[in-house]
Design a protein around this ligand. Structure first.
Ligand code: SAH
Length: 217
C-alpha cells in the first residue's frame, strides 16, 4: 500500500477510535476529519505519529492540537456551511482546514509569522480557497471582517477577550479555553439576541494566548 493509502487508513482509525468512540458524533465533523490529511500539517519526521490522539510539536514551542479536541471544538461550533468563522491561533493550520471544509469562509490569525507562513502554504497546497491567514494578536479580533458567526480560539486565555465578544454576531457562538496556563475550561459563549451567555464544557490544556487581553509575552 502506498503511503497516502496508509495515512488514509490511519485517519479512519483515528476517527473511529479517538473521535466517534469518545462522543464526537456529528457526521459532518467526522467526514471532514476523514478528509483532511493531518500528516501534511506536521514535519516529515513526525508524520508516523500524526494520527495518534496527542498534540505534536510544530516548532516555535507551539503544538498542533490533539484530534479529539479538534473534533470536540468543531462539533461545539455546530457549523452548517453558511458561516463566516474567526479562528485565533492558526498554528499548523490543521484546525483551520477542518473549519474550511465545514464553513463558508475562515479568517485565521496567528501571532508568529513563521507559523502563519507555513500554515498558509500548506492550506494553499491542499486547495483551500476560502481561508485567509493573517499575522497579529487574535485577541483583538479582525475588526474589518467582523461580525463573525463563529469564533474559535485554540490557545488558552485568562479571560474571554472583550473584542472577541464584541465581534460575535447575534445568534453567533464562540468556543475557547479559559483558565490558568496549566489548565483551562473549554467555554461556550453564545450571543442570544444581544445577550451573552456562557457555559463550561469540560477541561482542556492549550498553549498560552499571548498579548493584550491575554497573557503577557
Ligand atoms: N489549532 C492549532 C493549534 C495551535 S497552538 C493547530 O491545530 O495547529 C496555538 C497557536 O496560537 C500557536 O501557534 C500560537 O503561536 C498562537 N497564538 C498564541 N497567542 C496568540 C494570539 N494572541 N493571537 C494569535 N495567535 C496566537
Amino acid at each position: 500500500m502506498d503511503s497516502e493509502g496508509r495515512y488514509a487508513r490511519e485517519r479512519e482509525r483515528m476517527v473511529d477510535e479517538h473521535l466517534a468512540a469518545r462522543g464526537v458524533t456529528d457526521p459532518h465533523v467526522l467526514e471532514a476529519m476523514r478528509r483532511v490529511p493531518r500528516h501534511r500539517f506536521v514535519q516529515e519526521a513526525l508524520r508516523a505519529r500524526a494520527y495518534g490522539d496527542h498534540a505534536l510539536p510544530i516548532g516555535e514551542e507551539q503544538t498542533i492540537s490533539q484530534p479529539f479536541i479538534v473534533g470536540l471544538m468543531t462539533s461545539l461550533l455546530e457549523l452548517t456551511g453558511r458561516e463566516k468563522v474567526l479562528e485565533v491561533g492558526t498554528g499548523s493550520g490543521y484546525q483551520t482546514a477542518v473549519l474550511a471544509e465545514l464553513a463558508r469562509r475562515v479568517c485565521s490569525i496567528e501571532r508568529l509569522p513563521r507559523l502563519a507562513e507555513r500554515a498558509r502554504a500548506t492550506l494553499e497546497a491542499l486547495g483551500h480557497v476560502n481561508v485567509w491567514v493573517r499575522v497579529g494578536n487574535g485577541a483583538l479580533g479582525w475588526p474589518d471582517e467582523a461580525p463573525f458567526d463563529r469564533i474559535i480560539v485554540t490557545a488558552g486565555s485568562p479571560a474571554i477577550p472583550p473584542p472577541l465578544v464584541q465581534q460575535l454576531a447575534e445568534g453567533g457562538r464562540m468556543v475557547l479555553p479559559v483558565g490558568s496556563p496549566e489548565n483551562q475550561v473549554l467555554t461556550v459563549v453564545d450571543n442570544v439576541g444581544g445577550e451573552i451567555r456562557q457555559r463550561p464544557h469540560g477541561e482542556c490544556k492549550f498553549v498560552k494566548l499571548v498579548g493584550k487581553y491575554a497573557w503577557e509575552p
